[in-house]
Every structure is written in structure tokens, then in C-alpha cells.
Design a protein around this ligand. Sequence first.
Ligand code: BES
Ligand code: MN
Ligand code: ZN
Length: 535
Amino acid sequence: MQTKLVLANPAEIETGLLAVLAVDAQTAKGPDAKPDPRLLSADEAIQAAAASVLASGEFKAGANETLLLHAPAGLAAKRLLLVGLGKQAKATVHSVRNAAGTAVRFTKPRAIRELAFALPESNSLPLAACARAAVEGAFVGDFDPDTYRSDRKDVSVQSFTVVAPATADQESLQPAFDEGVVVGESQNLTRSLVNEPGNKLTPTVLGQRAAQMAQQVGLKWSIYSTDKLHELKMGAFWSVSQGSAEPPALIVLRYEPEGVTEGPVLGLVGKGITFDTGGISIKPSDNMEKMKYDMAGGAAMIGAMRAIALLKPKVRVIAIVCAAENMPDGKAQKPGDVQTAMSGKTIEIINTDAEGRLVLADGLSYARQLGATHLIDAATLTGACVVALGMINAGVFANDEDAYGRFNAALATSGEKFWRLPVGDEYAEMIKSEIGDIKNTGGRWGGASTAAEFLRVFAEDTPWVHLDIAGVAWVEDARPYIAKGPSGIAVRSVLEWVRSYHPEPPKPAEEPAPAEPPAPPSYRASNFADTGGGI
Ligand code: BES
Ligand code: MN
Ligand code: ZN
């Protein structure tokens, strides 16, 4: 998909389809409060073209609602698509991101090749942030997980043009727009990796794909395998991989900006289980095919590293992806086995299906050994996190308030939904082993927190944030702005977390408060971060 930013009157844009946004300005509630759809464009020709359908009540400007008009009078575009953002008071930059995805997903199956997207003209929606979000949303919408379908038609939108008002300032918009391209493409790289089946994307292939990306964007990289795991005494990581005919891959990517020799070194650690059968504690066959996405955390770190390499924050970053296949086999580890992790801690294996924390344990130790001063990990770690938060929010855990605060602040830009869950010494009690130092499961209750607590042991005293993305890495039901399939969750938030360590003072928040912020109910935890966003 080719993308460009133009400053023009939307009515004068010659294109197959021009998308214009609308909000529902109705503030009254109750059965008699009819929707009051209003276009977010001051252009008179566009207002005139949409006037009759807006008056008809057929289009309510609900979030991601669409209405198509052909041959709109007075417009150079062949078609005019109205896209709703929902209630005016709740419309945010994240609604614009989704609306752009909706417009692309509307356009694609109709084989319309060119789409122009008019940025909203609204005081509460800052243009630069909208330009970035729109192009990100367009990439998100353009992705379909259909690489292995022979009947796949090449109906991708070929050109996506973001149209800013003619009076806007190109110098402030262009960098934001360019950033959106990088972020959108990086998120889609992650999604394409997550979509690959286990037979095509083995740990070795994941390593090759990471190296290829690193080469393209100028990152340093090393891809290691079995020998290196033994050399580093990564007994926990190796224990997962020992039951598979596929060798593991220890993927290391380094971003070292020129002239930066001081300050933090950020360690990004990703779970890269290219297929999780559960091992000897084998999973039931129902839905087991989904376990090809058990490398989504690792893929998110690879996507984030691509964006980091291209956006060049002034902070050093190391990414470590621990890739392995979790298989049952004559050589596979067994419940009751004791493994010695790289840190020296001994782990009693209770359930071989709790493998993610094993590979991450050594990944975290290795990141520390390589000099990471701050850690963040991403993993499809527990079904318990899905039970707790559903497929709406991912879980976030931390041992450090500053590192967590930066992540929470990053959500305002990324629009991704994460909800904090606890770790702490009480959970440590639940994973104490009588045979070794620690056991790899903590029983039935609080499974997301006991898994996180296990990781906390290996983060030791390094500030650390853990993301459990099991419930949101795969979109189960297609939405107007995203296909069913891999979501690419965490790429944007990890990127913004990393950028928060850039030494320059942080930019003022780009997202203004909604016109009428709802009073938060008192039961909400203080860490509540309702970004109003989605994936
Ligand atoms: N990869 C799974 C977690 C998972 C579950 C990811 C659902 C995506 C969707 C993980 O390796 C796992 O199997 N976890 C076990 C841990 C248990 C044995 C303590 C789980 O959550 O059931
Ligand atoms: Mn598992
Ligand atoms: Zn797993």
C-alpha cells in the first residue's frame, strides 16, 4: 500500500473513494434523543453532498458505521464514504485510527484501488496525532491473513492518501504521518509472523526472519541455537526445546544509536514458542491449532525493534526472543524434572505446558547479563489472564512504579488496552517448591499472577514490566477495522515505552480530554488507563 499526505480541499481530491468522518453530536439521552450526525469537514461541497442522507436518519454516525454515496455532486471523488466515530464527546484519536481501518476494509473487497481519507476538522482531535493514527489504522485494516489461500485476490488498496485541510501546517504533520507508516508496517510485520503456521515458521525460520528485518533496517543481530544455550547454561530455555526435533533459536537484536554510550539499556524479551502442544502435559486437541500464535510476544518485540530502528530514539535497546517448539517426545522434559536456570535457580517442573515462563526466565537473565537496566517482556503466557480480562484487555504486571508509569503513559499514544494485575510476595509463596527453589505452576487460582511472579524472580532487582497478551494477540471476531487473526498487540505500546526513555523532555500529551469526561466510578483502580482505544 502506497501512502501519502496531501494538504488540500477534500472536495477537490480526484480519487476512487473519499472517506469523511462524522460524529453523533446528540448529548441528550433517552428514547427520544435521536442521533444528530455531523460531518467533521467544513468543506461546503462535502456538506452539501451529504446533507440529504444525514437528514434522512439512515446514517447515525455510530463508531465505525459506514454509508456510501456514488457520484457525489460537486466532488472530484467518484464515491463518498461517511465513517462514524460515535458520540462526539467520546471521539478520540483512537476512534480516528479505527475509522481509517474501517474505510480501508470497506474499500478492499470492492476492489476500489485508491482511497483518500479526510482528517477530521475538530478542535478536540489534534491533526498531527490524527494523521499518524489514520495511517496506522489504514495499515491495520489492510492486513488479511490470507497468504496461504489460492483463491486470494490481490485487492489491496494500492494508494491511501491522508487529506489534511489546505490551511494545515505540513511541517508538523509530515513527521507524524511518516511515523504512522513505520508503526503500521511494523505492526503488520508482527502480524504476518504470528499468522505463519508452526510447520512454516520454526524457531530457525523465525530467527531468519528477524535477521532479515535487522539487516534491512540496520540493527545488529545474532541468532544462536543449542550450543549457545548450553554455553550460557540456559537450562530452563533448553528444557522446553529438548523435546522437539526443531532446534531452538536465541534471537538477539541490538539497537545502538550513534553517540549514546550512557543512560539506560532497555531489554525487550519475547516468548517465541512457534508451537505449543503442551509437551508431555499435552493440551486437548480442541483449538490446539491456535497455539501457532504462541510466539506473538516474540513477534511483537521484532516488530517493535523494526520501528525503533527506523524512528531512532536516543536510547540503547536489546531485544531477546526465546524461540522453541514445545513438543512431547522421548527426549521431552517430564513433570517432576528439575531444571537449573541460567541464574542458578532450580525449577521443579510441575506442568510442561507452563513453558513460556521457562524460556522467558533465561531470556530475562540473559538480557540482564547483556547490560539491560530496564526490562519489558511480552508473552502469550496464561489462559488465566484470558479468564481474568477476556479478549479485551491484555494484562500488565510490574515490579517498579516508574517503569510501569511509563508503560501506562505509552497507552495514551498507542491506544492499546492493558489492565494492571498484581505480583508480590504472597504469590511467591504459591510457587515455592519443596524439591527445588521454585516450581513452574502455582495451582489453580491467580494463574496470571503466579506466572508473572515466576518471571519477577528472574528480573531480580531490575525494573521490569511484563505483558501477558494471551487473550488479545489473536482477534477472534473480525471487527470493521481489523480482520480476524493476529492483532499485532504490544508493538505500539512497547515502542512508546522505549521512546519514553529518550533523553529529551517528553512531548505534552497529544490527546486532549474528551469534552465531557465521564466521572470514574470509585471502584476503579487508580492505575486505570482507559485509552478508549482498541487494537
Ligand atoms: N501458551 C499458553 C497460554 C495461552 C493460553 C496462550 C490461551 C493463548 C491462549 C501457555 O503456554 C500455557 O499453556 N499456559 C498454561 C499454564 C498452566 C499449565 C499453569 C495455561 O494457561 O493453561
Ligand atoms: Mn503452554
Ligand atoms: Zn505457551
